[in-house]
Structure formats: C-alpha cells, structure tokens
Design a protein around this ligand. Structure first.
Ligand code: ZN
Length: 386
C-alpha cells in the first residue's frame, strides 16, 4: 500500500465548491490541493477521479453501534453495526451511544466496539451515560470519564420529555451538563450532552431554562431527534437562533412517508430558508430499533436503523432544492464544529484524508485517514465481518 496518493481531476466540494482539482494525500492527511499536481516520487498511487465528485467523509454523531432497542422484549435487541455499512454510505466518523437499555448494553462493550471500528479504519468516539439519570459511567463520574477515557467526548443520549426517560428533574440535568462542561474543559474535548428528546409536551424547555438561568453556554447542549414533529422542530429553530445547535434524525432509505409527516428533509430545507443551516446537524440513529405495531398497538416486528439515513436524507434535500454544498455541511463541517473534532469535516490542507468519491451520485470510493476502504464500488475485506 502506497503512503502517497494522488486523486486526479475530481469535482471537489470541501464542502464549498472548489472546482476540478487534484488532491495529494500523504499518510493519513491531505497534503496539497491544486491543479495538474506533479509528484516526483516513486510509489505514488494515482487514482483517476475523472467524472467523480469528492466530498468530506460524513460524520454521524448518534449511532447505536453496539446495537440498541429491546423495547419489545429481548427478541427486539438489534445487532451491532458493520464497518462495511458505514463505508457503503460514506460515513467515516461516528459517535456511538447506548440508548434505552443501560443494563444489558454496557459502556465497556461500546468502548471495545469503537476501538475495533477504529482499527478497521473508521474514526470513532463515544458518549458516556445512557437514557437514564443518574447516568451509567466507566469511572463513577462524568468528569472522570471525560478526562480519563480517550474515546469519551460527551454524555448521551440522556432522555428527556419521553415516556422511556427516567423523568429527570431540572437540577439533575443541570448537574450533568455542568459536569460535562468542566470535564470537557479539562480534557480539551467538546463536553456536549446529547439529549434524546421524546415526543413529550415539555420538549426542550429544560435546555432553554439552562441557557436563561445559568452561565452555561449553548455549546454543551446538543439535542437530537429534533425533526420528530413540527412543534419540536420549531422550538429547535428558536434554540438555534439563540446560538444553539440541534441534531435531526435522518429519514431511513426507503422509509415510506405520509404527506403529513414532518421529516429531517423538511427540517434542513426550513433551516436553510431561515438562514440557520450552519446550526443544524444530522444523524442516523443507526442500529437503533424501528418497531412496527399493528392498528391495536401490538408489536409485529422491527427494522434496524441504517447509517445510510444520513446520505439518503442529504440527497433528498438536494432534490428539494438545497444547494449541494449547503446540504453536505450538516454532516461534515457543522458536526465537526459541535463536537470540536480537529481535522475533520473538510477537504483542506492538513485535514484528515477522509474523502468520499461519488459517481452518478452513488458512493464509488471511500478513503478513511488516507486508506482506501472502497475503490471502484468494491469494499475492502474487513477481517471480522465474515
Ligand atoms: Zn434516541
């Protein structure tokens, strides 16, 4: 495998449109972007990007990569994520979390899975905690987890306004956010709290109250599932207007939508129209369970969330008239900003060489930190996925 790679003649979106360029990669990093780049070195791997579009590797900030679900009994536990699913869908960086089940799903398992996926080539982080308050932790406290455990960049998903939440009080939530902030400061990490926001009537009232009544800034409050319904999304837009970031849950590929459904596609379009697209991110909720019920609310089966929801939703927003560079921001630069991920989210000199090459708008090649994980539509063999 060559350590120096030259991708020739791609239409480059970094995410802003940069024209037809050559991209020189040395080791894990993007070293130079220019036209007609000449490299006088032996052993340079040249990849012809003619007819292809290059975008930064997508960042998915909310994935149940050790599986999730279980709300319909043990049979409804969902399986672990495959690295190949991420690659196929252009996702190169992920943040893993537990969910409803903080009993049989452990942080230790989440950590091990994040290490495995990293060794396979992806970039991974995790949140400590689960739905429940007080949160499960590795070391006994959120602060110690953030400071002492490399992979932990925040806390989540902490459930609020949901029948499955632990009905946390405002003070309990406030303490978690305060601990995340200080732990993040000490460790040089974002220290966000990723809130699972359910369909309950209180929505993100706690978050507005924190900003209004304490010194804690918006940046630590990162609510997800904000495209659950129109009312919640509109409160999210107000939160964004005040300086916050919100995360939308992408539409699953092939998901049947009713005209009346509000979705992340609508959310991105409206954020764009309101000049707030820089405050929006999107995640897949990948490997979470999507239970199906009959008309009497009996459980009839479930689907498993796909990390493909991110790319699928972005492409749908482009069909709805959002300019392509604006659409891809919500899964690249914006997410890197919220999570303070250095070297991620852009195709630029000195950044990690996480690049997705698309042909006819399908993922055709993927580089993760300078390594081809997919080439000409073929995914690299990943040892532990047989
Ligand atoms: Zn959730």
């Amino acid at each position: 495998m060559s350590l120096i790679k030259l991708i020739r003649n791609v239409e480059l979106y970094g995410p802003e449109y940069m024209g037809r360029k050559d991209v020189l990669i040395v080791g894990e990093k993007i070293s130079f972007i220019g036209e007609d780049v000449q490299v006088q070195m032996p052993d340079v791997e040249v990849y012809d990007g003619d007819g292809m579009v290059a975008i930064p590797g997508l960042i998915d900030p909310h994935v149940h990569f050790t599986g999730g679900g279980g709300e319909g009994g043990f049979l409804t536990r969902t399986p672990e994520l495959k690295v190949s699913d991420c690659i196929r869908n252009g996702v190169t960086t992920l943040v893993g979390c537990l969910g409803t089940d903080g009993v049989t799903r452990s942080l230790e398992n989440l950590y091990a899975k994040s290490k495995a996926m990293e060794q396979a080539g992806l970039t991974t982080y995790i949140y400590t905690g689960s739905y429940r308050v007080p949160p499960v932790t590795f070391t006994g406290t959120i602060q110690r987890d953030l400071v002492l455990i490399d992979k932990v960049i925040g806390v989540g998903e902490i459930a609020i306004s949901d029948h499955r939440s632990s009905q946390p009080t405002f003070e309990e939530i406030l303490r978690i956010v305060a601990d995340a902030r200080v732990g993040g400061m000490i460790a040089g990490k974002c220290g966000v709290v990723n809130f699972h926001v359910g369909g309950g009537k209180n929505g993100i009232e706690y978050l507005f109250d924190i900003v209004k009544n304490t010194e804690i800034p918006h940046q630590h409050l990162y609510p997800t599932h904000m495209s659950r319904n129109r009312a919640l999304f509109e409160s999210g837009l107000r939160f964004a207007q005040g300086g916050g970031f919100i995360d939308l849950t992408g539409v699953q590929p092939g998901e049947e939508l009713k005209k009346s459904d509000f979705t992340a596609i609508d959310g991105i379009v409206e954020a764009y129209e309101n000049g707030l697209i820089d405050r929006i991110t999107i995640s897949s909720d990948g490997q979470g369970s999507l239970p199906r019920f009959d008309k009497d609310d009996n459980f009839t089966g479930l689907d498993v969330g796909s990390v493909g929801a991110v790319l699928y939703t972005l492409m749908k927003t482009v069909e709805s008239g959002i300019p392509f560079p604006e659409a891809i921001k919500v899964a690249t630069v914006n997410t890197a900003n919220v999570l303070k991920l250095k070297g991620k989210g852009k195709i630029a000199n000195g950044y990690d060489a996480d690049i997705v090459l698309m042909k006819d708008w399908d993922v055709n090649a993927v580089l993760c930190r300078g390594e081809f994980m997919m080439k000409n539509g073929e995914i690299k063999d990943i040892d532990f996925e047989h």
